[in-house]
Design a protein around this ligand. Structure first.
Ligand code: ZN
Length: 498
């Protein structure tokens, strides 16, 4: 295509087209067509047909989330390019493939010490059992766990031996490692059951979960890190089970966090798309200054209701998404509206662009004036100007300007709630920045694989973020939660601020 001067879209309207002579109109039409083809081709670029990296591809494999990408390919056909197939999610099951060579431990573990476990009482008669009663070994297993040193950490390998004791009454009682609650997933060969007879101890398990969730390392990188730096050799499968087990242990803690959250005066909420094996799910967050709860689910209103509840009496700070609107006390995020204003001002319609600039100036002025604690007269002046701008554009010709003006007028009370309620933030930045970590993880990992993984991920995020807000040591708490969950005990609630 020969290089031509760019088309000035902002100068064009119906009157401009009408005054052109037919030849000039044809020339313009051809240039506009060429420009549209170029833009359509650029929109259809992905890692399979351009030098774009795979991370820039949508994680949903061209599914229902991007209906426009596969449709209306007329211009593409006209430009002589074939519509490319959307990237699809691999159907291959994770883990070892049928026929692949198995992996096993080459060197036997060497225990540095042994811990013996005896039954405390006779199962038959209840008599307390003593060491001088007849005993024999029943089972044993190795446990690798982190042990703190005065400066640093080490990995200890301990052999745990479980014994059978014969009571004077003749009955034999066997001591066995504790077991937790089973988490079943349909179609899985081996269900997840936390157990004390696990090679990975609670502290090492929480360390592995920290590497995966907090430091966003892949399973393979964790295998490499543990082997290189700590000389602990574990398989990808063991690492994965361990992360899921930590999530499972965190789930009951989250129930307590939801109760704490509902008692808060101000809750910030937000949501972002989250892929679960190629399906579009949503990662929600609802948080206060001391508690954060994450959840992966649909985008329906009941998801936010599950977190906040119907009877929430405090303030909800959110964006303009419809599901939040049923809450009476609401602060709408002004940053979202400012971004809409900037988009309008960058647009090609002159009047809409001026309205956009006006909107951005007044909204920023309002935030500034409230932060400076200006007097009511000055604030009312800004509010009056803002409302006037919206009323003037309530029936504007430009669709986008009209939509923004009506949106502001319809949600007026929620937009200006922070002017009279000084404790409310004018933006939803707190919730958005809490989601940032997961948004980066989503680009690296392409989300979770099933409901169990999604629940585990959201539960670990909730506990970490809450601990950060309460200034608690999250990983120490999680290690203790894993320790008790392996005995079938429900972990305790997170304490209040440290
Ligand atoms: Zn007995």
């Amino acid at each position: 295509m020969p290089k031509q001067p760019p088309v000035d879209l902002s100068a064009m309207d119906r009157a401009f087209f009408e005054q052109l002579d037919p030849a000039a109109r044809l020339e313009l039409l051809c240039r506009l067509h060429a420009m549209t083809v170029e833009l359509a081709e650029r929109l259809a670029q992905n890692s399979s047909n351009s030098s774009k990296p795979p991370s820039s591809d949508g994680p949903f494999g061209g599914g229902p989330s991007k209906p426009e990408s596969g449709q209306n390919l007329g211009p593409k056909a006209a430009a002589g390019t074939k519509p490319s197939a959307p990237p699809s999610f691999p159907t291959r099951k994770p883990g070892k493939q049928p026929g692949a060579k198995g992996k096993w431990r080459c060197e036997a573990l060497v225990a540095e010490r042994t811990e013996n476990h005896y039954p405390a009482r006779c199962d038959a008669c209840g008599t307390p059992l003593e060491l001088w009663h007849e005993t024999k070994g029943n089972s044993g297993h190795f446990v690798l766990d982190l042990e703190p040193l005065p400066s640093g950490l080490r990995v200890a390998c301990v052999l745990h031996l479980y014994h059978v004791v014969r009571c004077p009454c003749g009955a034999e009682t066997t001591e066995r490692p504790g077991k937790g609650l089973v988490s079943a997933v349909e179609g899985r060969k081996r269900d997840l059951q936390p157990s004390e007879a696990s090679l990975i101890g609670p502290a090492l398990a929480s360390f592995i979960a920290a590497l995966a969730v907090r430091y966003r390392l892949s399973r393979a990188k964790i295998v490499e890190l543990l082997s290189t730096w700590l000389h602990v050799r574990l398989s990808v499968g063991s690492i994965d089970r361990c992360i899921r087990e930590v999530g499972l242990a965190c789930e009951p803690i989250v129930e307590g966090l939801i109760e704490d959250l509902r008692l808060c005066g101000i809750i910030n909420a937000d949501e972002t798309p989250w892929p679960q094996r190629g399906h579009l799910r949503w990662l929600w967050v609802a948080l206060s200054s001391t508690t954060a709860v994450f959840k992966i689910g649909s985008r329906k209103a009941e998801e936010i209701r599950d977190l906040i509840g119907d009877a929430f009496l405090g303030w909800l700070v959110s964006d303009g998404y419809g599901v939040y609107r049923s809450y009476k006390h609401r602060q709408r995020c002004l940053a979202h509206l400012i971004r809409k204003g900037i988009a309008l001002s960058d647009g090609y319609d002159h009047d809409a662009s001026r309205f956009g600039e006006w909107l951005v100036r007044e909204l920023r002025g309002l935030i500034h004036a409230v932060a400076q604690e200006d007097d009511a007269g000055a604030l009312n002046l800004i509010l009056a100007r803002l409302k006037r701008a919206c009323l003037l554009n309530n029936d504007a010709d430009a669709t986008k300007a009209r939509a923004v003006a009506r949106e502001i007028l319809n949600d007026w009370d929620a937009i200006i709630a922070f002017v009279t309620n000084k404790e409310l933030p004018p933006t939803n930045n707190d919730a958005e920045s809490a989601l940032r970590h997961a948004v980066i993880a989503r680009r690296i990992s392409f989300g979770t694989r099933n409901d169990e993984g999604s629940r585990a991920y959201a539960a670990i995020l909730s506990v970490i973020e809450t601990c950060r807000r309460r200034k608690l040591d999250a990983w120490d708490f999680i290690a203790k939660a894993v320790h008790v969950a392996r005995r079938g005990v429900i972990p305790t609630r997170l304490p209040a601020m440290a």
